[in-house]
Design a binder for this molecule. Structure first.
Ligand code: NAP
Ligand code: ZN
Ligand code: ZN
Length: 346
């Protein structure tokens, strides 16, 4: 299948128009017209080589919302015309204990990423969603509730599930005091989901100008971390801290804000190790955890939840020729709150 999109050719080159072939439709494959492709900070880390080895040219994009245009002969899950979503991975081994448990993101053989991976038959490089068409095995795609605006749904395929999964796993509910570190693409979804679960939510942000937005999203409290005393005033305050920050920070300052038995969940991945002070873990039996996206069944569950609760991402819809500027603005924490590319402009 012919595809036209955007690719980078090296860690230092900009996104440029790129034409390529996707694999022909297999019996269990679904072909789609991409309608909207979200820009995740992981796309930027990968494209710029911040996470290690990259197979260039790289077509990023793992927040894909589209419409089914073709189905393989054995497809049962989708019909032509259905709304369809594709997230961060396009395949996994399907047989390991984690895959069988619906935790394909933790596949013991490694999931097959939507981009910068090789398909499991070893033949093709995977190419992401910054493009006009896509081919996906039906088992690794989800249905999108038709009641939601599609541009606001695209970021749910990564940013949404990445916050929904730990919020569910750590049982965030009406009695939880939750802090969200960083009000970006992931963080703003964390606020929306934690609020939907009934929690008391505090945003910890280094951008004081985001306070009104945070409150409009439902956050109860907003704390500017630009104030050097801000975090020490919050010692022993939270049950759960969701760290979505994309840059290097002093994790110990945040860990001390956990209550007894509290957990700080690492979600942001700047690509550099933390320096951890063990003493801060001991005081209050604190835990440091991590979480990576979510499995296929949880991805569908999250989208259904969003359909019921009318939850979508706040987006700035852009055309493909704005993508390089969007990358720079994302790195500068200057996006409200996710850039989404209109796929008709590729
Ligand atoms: P984003 O939209 O750029 O948001 C990151 C936020 O971090 C910014 O909006 C900003 O929030 C805060 N921040 C940025 N630079 C900072 C600095 N120097 N000091 C303090 N705070 C800073 O990025 P995203 O798409 O949400 O992704 C966030 C991170 O999660 C990235 O590292 C990404 O790769 C990773 N990620 C992980 C998973 C997973 O499965 N675990 C999935 C997707 C993405 P404020 O302006 O409010 O301070
Ligand atoms: Zn992502
Ligand atoms: Zn597996």
């Amino acid at each position: 299948m012919k595809s036209r999109g955007l690719a980078v050719e090296s860690a230092t080159s900009p996104l440029k128009t790129f034409e390529f072939d996707r694999r022909p439709l297999g019996t269990h494959d679904v072909g789609l017209d991409v309608k909207y492709a979200g820009i995740c900070h992981s796309d930027i880390h990968t494209a710029r080589g911040e996470w290690g080895s990259v197979h260039y040219p790289l077509v990023p994009g793992h927040e894909i919302a589209g419409v089914v245009t073709a189905i393989g002969s054995a497809v049962t899950k989708f019909n032509i015309g259905d709304l369809i979503g594709v997230g961060v991975f396009v395949d996994s081994c399907r047989t390991c204990s984690n895959c069988l448990f619906g935790l394909e993101q933790y596949c013991l053989e490694g999931m097959t990423g939507t981009y910068n991976s090789v398909e499991r038959d070893g033949l093709n490089q995977t190419r992401g969603g910054y493009s006009d068409t896509f081919v996906i095995n039906e088992d690794y795609a989800v249905h999108i509730p038709s009641s939601l605006p599609l541009e606001g749904v695209a970021p749910l395929l990564c940013a949404g599930i990445t916050l929904y999964s730990p919020i569910k796993h750590f049982n965030v509910g009406p009695s939880s005091k939750v802090a969200v570190m960083g009000l970006g693409g992931l963080g703003h979804m964390g606020v929306k989901f934690a609020i939907a679960m009934g929690a008391e939510v505090t945003v910890l942000s280094h951008s004081p100008a985001k306070e009104d937005d945070a409150k409009n999203m439902g956050a109860h409290h907003f704390v500017s971390t630009q104030d050097p005393k801000a975090l020490s005033a919050l010692k022993k305050s939270f049950d759960i801290i969701l760290n979505t920050v994309s840059a290097e920070i002093d994790i110990n300052e945040y860990l001390q804000c956990l209550k007894l038995d509290g957990t700080l969940v690492v979600i942001g991945l700047p690509g550099k190790p933390y320096s951890l002070n063990p003493a801060v873990m001991l005081d209050g039996r604190r835990s440091l955890s991590g979480s990576m996206i979510g499995g296929m069944s949880e991805l569908q569950e999250m989208l259904n939840f969003c359909g019921e609760k009318n939850i979508v991402s706040d987006v700035e819809v852009i055309s493909a020729d704005y993508a390089n500027t969007a990358y720079d603005r994302t790195v500068a924490s200057d996006v409200k709150y996710r850039f989404v590319i209109d796929a008709t402009t590729f």
